[in-house]
Design a protein around this ligand. Structure first.
Ligand code: FAD
Length: 662
């Protein structure tokens, strides 16, 4: 599971995955996700140690108690009888036997590898099975022997007795074909050329894009940090330092700057050792409603877009964010704008990568580099160059590995075409010219070279944020999670079903507001519809009325005693509902959008109730009715005025008509 995919973030967080790779083993037929058992992944380079991981997985598989899943190949050694009867009981073309020692994993690994191929089965035979060893004339271990349906067999001699040699040769046997298995959850985002070119964003490698920087920021604060339910210890320290340098040096737009600064002050002001991630997230989402502060919550990769969804993206943006910040820190230092010390940005990066960055392998490598040479950095310019040269070391190490995007091969950077002066030739060998590189980096990662292409404008972001906030508040207050599957479907179809009794209890927290949550047909205006009524109703609602309303629902669910409602109040509410339902009888239910009754306050002891009817998609509130009345009165006054005007003119006109001299 790719925990860097936003869609997987919640699952990874629920599983407590904080770094990669993480191996969680589920027994066959596990019933729930809590049954996963954490296998400690091998330390160090995953690619070098992946064989350890394979062996660990095989060990766990073999420990599987209970029913053996039919899709799972038998890993235990084959007996002579099984081999003899194999072709009678199976339709396969071949049976491959791997003769080996008890402790060897070769047979089991090849068995697993060949699981994806049809017409062949692989089994292991152990040294102690002398009958089979003699029958198939095995002289040394390990050894591979292929049996055919017609009863013949061949010894296959290979120069190397390893897993890939065995697997490759077996795959080439005539009739052995790759099955059409697809891995569960494997990315299906391999777009065709047309789709890719439709979505492709033109990027210039000479430029830096704010969309990449902000996407990286969003991902690091909302996705990476969300792996930790509680922020404490080294993680909290690293986060504090990261946010501090962001607030100081991230060349943000004003709304992002406001957010980062408020986040930084909030983290500093909380002199505590543990912060729940939810509190931190509240601040990132600006639920505290600091004016003009927002960070977009989507990913738009421009300079960091990859040719496939799993290439580039976030790690690319992290490099750029830190390069930009080392350069900004140097400018601040040079012009004495903000106090900074040479290692400030690098220290924050080291902490972030070590404690928060999801890629464990990257973290280990980076920490090794940092330990060796980072403390030697003594000026802000050196910090720029240190990061540039370490990034190039990483580029060098990663050139040609599977994670490299073939369309963006790892090269030493900057290339000749973007900085011809950065290299010089001495005796036909190319060398970096450090002073030119420093100048180049200071220009490339300067404010002037950061472009806002594909960025959502600040105004739109702020609007979206306040809309989202209102919707969340509404949802919280109604307690009705409308994003359930059914409701989503209903929304898409532009309708939300009205509960038949309209008042059914949804439990104590589900205090429902009037029919404002039942959509009118203007899906596009849906938000506005919610917003206007929401604020209006909010003014009308008194805490007492909410209590009474929720009381009614709780009463329905049989929890009346917790209401604090008297029997009389409760009965009164029942009567009102009955009355409302009665008045709606005969109305075609297709046109009935909603009916609701609310108690808005008390007039003496008698509760004052307001009825809301929404018919044919139109909701009539007091405001609507008042407006109607005013219009009605105005029209009457107009009519009266006209009547009087013409009434006075008529006798005069009659006189004119009767006078022949005119
Ligand atoms: C700290 C860190 C450690 C990592 N370690 C590993 C690892 O061990 N294994 C692994 O598989 N992946 C690792 N990654 C991810 C990897 O380095 C790349 O980020 C990822 O493969 C995406 O590559 P990319 O093609 O987008 O270019 P990136 O290397 O991400 O570079 C992004 C952009 O920065 C610019 N750039 C390139 N080189 C330099 C430079 N020397 N100086 C300044 N700017 C430059 C270019 O414009 C480039 O497009 C690490 C990432 C980070 C942030």
């Amino acid at each position: 599971m790719d925990c860097a995919e936003p869609a997987n973030v919640q699952t990874c967080s629920e599983q407590g995955v904080t770094g990669f790779p993480t191996v969680q083993y589920y027994k066959a037929f596990a019933q729930n996700t809590r049954e996963g058992k954490r296998i400690s992944a091998p330390h160090g380079d995953v690619q070098d140690n992946v064989w350890i991981l394979r062996h660990m997985i095989i060990n766990y598989l073999e420990k599987n108690e209970g029913t053996w899943p039919s899709a799972c190949p038998p890993l235990e050694p084959a007996s002579a009888t099984e081999v003899q009867e194999f072709f009678e009981n199976n339709n396969e073309h071949y049976l491959a036997l791997i003769f080996e020692d008890d402790k060897s994993y070769l047979g089991r690994e090849v068995t697993m590898d060949m699981l994806q191929y049809e017409n062949i089965v692989v089994r292991r035979v152990l040294r102690n099975n002398q009958a089979l060893i003699r029958q198939y004339q095995v002289n040394s271990l390990p050894s591979l022997c292929v049996l055919y349906r017609n009863g013949s067999f061949s010894q296959i001699l290979l120069s190397r007795n390893d897993r890939s040699s065995y697997t490759s040769i077996l795959q080439t046997l005539p009739g052995v074909v790759h099955s059409l298995f697809t891995l569960i959850g494997s990315p299906n985002t391999d777009m065709n050329q047309e789709q890719l070119s439709d979505m492709w964003k033109n990027a210039d490698k000479r430029k830096v894009y704010m969309a990449d920087l902000e996407s990286g920021l969003h991902y690091s604060l909302r996705v990476e940090v969300s792996k930790f339910t509680i922020l404490s210890g080294d993680i909290l320290t690293a986060l504090r330092k990261y946010v501090t340098v962001l607030a100081k040096f991230f060349p943000a737009r004003q709304c992002v700057k406001n957010l980062l600064q408020s986040l930084d002050s909030w983290l500093r002001s909380r002199d505590i050792t543990k912060i729940p991630y939810s509190d931190f997230r509240n601040m990132v989402d600006n639920n505290e409603q600091i004016p003009d502060a927002v960070l977009a919550d989507d990913l738009t990769w421009v300079g960091c877009q990859g040719s496939k969804s799993w290439f580039r993206g976030f790690p690319c943006s992290m490099w750029i964010i830190f390069h930009v910040m080392t350069v900004q820190a140097a400018y601040n230092d040079q012009y004495k704008l903000k106090e900074t010390y040479p290692l400030e940005v690098l220290d924050a990066m080291r902490g972030y990568v070590h404690h928060i960055f999801g890629c464990a392998e990257c973290a280990a490598h980076f920490e090794n580099m940092a330990k060796e040479t980072m403390p030697l950095v003594s000026t802000t310019n050196e910090a720029i160059l240190w990061l540039w040269s370490r990034h190039n070391q990483v580029n060098h190490r990663l050139a040609g590995v599977p994670s490299e995007d073939p369309q963006f091969p790892k090269r030493q950077w900057p290339s000749y075409d973007i900085c011809p002066n950065c290299r010089s030739m001495v005796r036909r060998r190319s060398f970096w010219t450090e002073s030119s590189i420093l100048d180049f980096l200071k220009v490339h990662y300067s404010l002037q070279n950061i472009f806002t292409d594909y960025l959502v404008p600040e105004v739109e972001l702020l609007e979206k944020q306040s809309k989202g906030r209102r919707q969340r508040r509404l949802r919280r207050e109604t307690g009705k999670e409308r994003n359930t599957k059914e409701e989503k479907e209903a929304l898409e179809n532009n309708r939300i079903e009205i509960p038949t009794n309209g008042l059914e209890s949804h439990g104590p927290s589900n205090i429902q507001k009037p029919s404002i949550i039942w959509m009118s047909s203007r899906t596009n205006d849906q938000d506005e519809d919610i917003v206007d009524l929401d604020s209006f109703v909010e003014q009308q609602y008194k805490s007492k009325s909410l209590k009474a309303l929720s009381g009614r629902r709780k009463h329905k669910s049989g929890r009346r005693e917790t209401l604090g409602l008297t029997m009389e109040e409760d009965q009164q509410l029942d009567l009102d509902y009955a009355e409302a339902e009665e008045s709606l009888k005969g109305v075609d239910s297709r046109y009935l959008i909603g009916v609701h009754l609310e108690e808005i306050g008390k007039d003496g002891d008698a509760p004052v109730k307001r009825r809301w009817f929404r018919l044919l998609g139109v909701g009539f509130s007091h405001l609507d009715i008042s407006l109607c009345l005013i219009l009605y009165l105005l029209s009457i006054m107009c009519l009266l005025g006209m009547y009087m005007y013409f009434g006075m003119k008529m006798p005069c006109r009659k006189r004119h008509v009767g006078d022949p001299s005119l």
